[in-house]
Design a protein around this ligand. Structure first.
Ligand code: ZN
Length: 278
């Protein structure tokens, strides 16, 4: 699933295509994308809108329209955006929607597994929509180690599950949670509320370093993710533990293990990330 670095990469590539452009036509061919709202209603509402900006919050892409409404796009498992000059998008059985722009570009949304969503929200609904779903952004200045400590305080959940909970911290998924915990040398099953100050400081640095690395390498391409330019990301070549069961740890050379935490495959080094206090 695309996480913060992948969605941020999509945002950076698609923003120059969308910002300032007016939507002259919209086709939404999959009712699952907009349900329970009729896809035709969303498409009609988009036509004539000028796109003010493209922002990101957690794993959501926010296409802000000059009317004050926002198209909230969540790529979920396998959603992606592609852009091309008008009429030059390749044929694609998995295309769910297309936007035609007055600049001559077409932007296509494709989704193999079809879990992605498009929701058109007005100004008054966007803020509570995001506030109930998302904690702070981990890469902004105000996300300090003490902020992380306050979020973790009293949490009995394993730190891996804590990191995946979008209501605590926005944008971290399975890949960057495992990579951050490896960097911080913290066992994924440690209760979040039991981490001491030094561990929280390490985790804070590790979260930001892992996410920044992902952004720098334009995300990780495992299955369906590609950037809007059609190129793969490079982060998958830099994983320290994610998906590397049985391979040597980059730090100590011992074997990376795989366990399941909260239903999610979890990779870690049992030597560098011990259960006891670190
Ligand atoms: Zn190790």
């Amino acid at each position: 699933m695309p996480e913060l670095p992948e969605v941020e990469t999509v945002r950076r590539q698609i923003a120059p295509v969308l910002e300032g452009a007016t939507i002259t036509g919209a086709e939404i061919v999959d009712p699952r994308l907009t349900r329970p709202v009729e896809p035709g209603l969303v498409a009609d509402a988009l036509v004539g809108e000028r796109i003010a900006s493209v922002d990101r919050r957690g794993k959501y892409l926010l296409v802000r329209l000059e009317s004050g409404r926002t198209l909230v796009v969540h790529l979920r498992m396998t959603g992606s955006l592609r852009h091309a000059p008008a009429g030059e998008l390749p044929d694609d059985a998995h295309r769910r929607a297309t936007l035609h722009l007055d600049t001559g570009s077409d932007v296509a949304y494709r989704d193999v597994r079809r879990f992605g969503t498009w929701e058109l929200l007005d100004e008054g609904h966007l803020r509570p929509y995001l506030a109930t779903r998302l904690g702070p952004e981990p890469l902004v200045q105000s996300f300090s180690a003490s902020r992380l400590a306050r979020l973790a305080a009293g949490r009995r959940a394993p730190v891996k599950a804590f990191l995946l909970d979008q209501r605590r911290i926005a944008g971290i998924g399975n890949i960057y949670a495992d990579e951050a915990l490896w960097r911080a040398r913290i066992h994924p099953l440690r209760p979040a509320g039991e981490l001491d100050e030094a561990e929280l400081a390490r985790l804070h640095r590790a979260i930001r370093a892992a996410l920044r690395k992902g952004v720098e390498l334009q995300g990780s391409t495992l299955r369906e993710y590609t950037t809007p330019n059609g190129t793969p990301g490079g982060m998958q070549r830099e994983f320290h533990v994610y998906g590397r069961e049985g391979e040597p740890c980059d730090r100590c050379g011992r074997q990376v293990n795989r366990i399941v935490v909260g239903g999610r495959g979890t990779w870690f080094c049992p030597h560098c990330q011990q259960q006891g206090r670190g």
